[in-house]
Design a protein around this ligand. Sequence first.
Ligand code: G6P
Ligand code: MG
Length: 222
Amino acid sequence: LPQAVVFDLDGVITDTAEFHFLAWQQLAQKLGIRIDRAFNEQLKGVNRADSLTCILQHGNQAGAYSPAQRQQFMAEKNDLYRQLLANLSPADILPGIAPLLAALRDAGCRIGLASVSENAPQVLASLELSHWFDFCADARALTHSKPHPEIFLTACRGLGVTPAQAIGIEDAQAGIAAINASGMYSVGIGATLTGAHYRLNHTGELAWPDLLAHWQAAQACP
Ligand code: G6P
Ligand code: MG
């Protein structure tokens, strides 16, 4: 049996991936840079500073701003994002997530969080889900953003399991790469994701018996 399941947050547990996009889009617009949802796929799972770099590069403004101005842009984006979070409640938990958490606990499977968002603790609290998590990786203590495996390795260590004993669930291409690089079993949520060991279109399709069956099949023929 898998010993742990590690969840990404934004776009897996709740649809805050959309809020990150809307906030970045508003900031980018101010800088005269247009970003759309297709471009936004590259930003998923990428930390705040690297996301800004990516957006400025996209607008051919890579070297245009001082470190202080960039800090200011990041603060503005975070303010916009936090305004969008204001009404977040348990009603915003994506389908399939609450039953999966309950099934994991029943099965004795540990539950972890691997989000590079510094707002993750507040989002979990607003969703009233914090108590389900045995370990949440601290985004502020990370050196690398996804696709580097650091956050998933940190989560496994915090949960006291080896990566080979654990499953990671992600909606970001960078997140799938991070899970795979860590040696965990990857579950991708989203129609356009590639490289996941097991891929679903929506969280509503997540079911513990199916997940277990796919994980077990992969153990039989790796
Ligand atoms: C997650 C999201 C990214 C976001 C990052 C940092 O990985 O997928 O879109 O940029 O967290 O979030 P933060 O709340 O710290 O700005
Ligand atoms: Mg995500």
